[in-house]
Design a protein around this ligand. Structure first.
Ligand SMILES: *Cc1c(COP(=O)(O)O)cnc(C)c1O
Length: 348
């Protein structure tokens, strides 16, 4: 898809026709020193003021960091908001549908259900690789979104680049590549294609590598025209002042994030080796993320055993293609050591 006018073609009629909410601060752009326009309280500065509805300063910082233009950036209350707003802008309930490639992140299915939008599920191959032909075969004129999570949660692998490109080139709808774990991967990701590809949406987040799951900041990168439609639909003040402030501070310290990522990657390889040496562990899947997926003889018993010792992991054994599988986040050295110590006492 190359022409930008195609984006409006994918947008729901009510969104094309709506008049967006205009806040007091939207109507005045200039500098002023007396603010009597928004019914704010004059006391308790600075949190008495509504935050910037367009998050301009934060977007500038993020655009700079990612080598993009501000108009290509949409910010939300976590990636989850970006996902939900995509549904609300693009998918007409009862008519349109989305495609997920399973097993994958659960929010795509939840948002589809909440929005009353059909979801077609295509399975990964049994080695967790992407089957582009199977995805393309599920596409028709009412497909609006295809979700590709790479590196994928819970399978921990990145998808083959050529397979993703084949899907991007083969469809007119939006292809969402969720890169929540990209900082832990050797894969460069797909942001570099954004300037030449109209139907690509890339999701990233401060929740993982940046260590800021608590502030809720998700980044969505897309064609400026799509970003504009998404911005119409979001709540006016969807990113709060405390989050904006914390995010700007964190983004100024990229060295700290790099250091954390390196530590987590070192722990990941050490954990993989230690897990492989346990008799009841049948497989440790190669990971491009900050977690490991392992296949064990008796996942339910192991999950319960750890739970009884105050160690919580994620049971993924009832997920398609993940029979016998558990997902383990890479923690601090101390947490990881405690897990391995407990596992050595498990008799399957
Ligand atoms: C953790 C995760 C996210 C992050 O979501 P936030 O709402 O930004 O915290 C997004 N996508 C996937 C696949 C994840 O696993």
């Amino acid at each position: 898809m190359t022409e930008s006018r195609n984006i409006s073609r994918l947008v729901r009629k009510n969104i094309l026709e709506m008049k967006p909410y205009s806040s007091a601060r939207d109507e005045f752009s200039g500098s002023a020193s007396v603010f009597l326009d928004a019914n704010e309280n004059p006391f308790n500065s600075p949190l008495n003021r509504y935050p910037d509805p367009h998050q301009v300063r934060l977007k500038q910082r993020i655009a700079e960091l990612r080598g993009l233009r501000v108009e290509q950036v949409f910010l939300g209350n976590g990636s989850d908001e970006g996902i939900d707003v995509l549904f609300r802008v693009l998918c007409e309930p009862g008519r349109d549908h989305v495609i997920t490639v399973d097993p994958t992140y659960g929010m795509y299915a939840v948002c589809a259900e909440i929005n009353g939008v059909e979801r077609r599920s295509v399975l990964l191959n049994s080695d967790f690789s992407l089957d582009p032909e199977a995805v393309l075969a599920a596409v028709d004129e009412h497909t609006r979104l295809i979700f590709l999570c790479s590196p994928n949660n819970p399978t921990s692998n990145s998808y083959d680049r050529a397979s993703v490109l084949k899907i991007l080139d083969g469809v007119d709808c939006m292809v969402v590549v969720d890169e929540a774990y990209i900082d832990f991967s050797r894969d460069p990701g797909f942001l570099s294609l954004l300037n030449e590809t109209t139907n690509l949406v890339v999701l990233q987040t401060l929740s993982k590598a940046w260590g800021l799951a608590g502030i809720r900041l998700g980044m969505l990168f897309a064609h400026p025209q799509l970003v504009e439609y998404l911005s119409r639909v979001k709540y006016p003040y969807n990113v709060n002042e405390l989050t904006i402030k914390a995010a700007i501070e964190a983004l100024d310290d990229t060295a700290r994030t790099k250091k954390w990522v390196n530590q987590i990657l070192n722990e990941r390889s050490s954990m993989a080796k230690q897990l492989e040496s346990l008799a009841f562990v049948r497989q440790v899947f190669a990971s491009d993320a900050n977690f490991l997926l392992i296949r064990v003889d008796d996942p339910a018993a192991l999950y319960q055993f750890l739970m009884n010792r105050g160690i919580i992991i994620r049971d993924r054994s009832r997920v398609p293609l993940c029979e016998g599988c558990l997902r383990i986040t890479i923690g601090s050295r101390e947490e990881n050591t405690e897990l391995i110590k407990a596992l050595k006492n498990f008799q399957s």
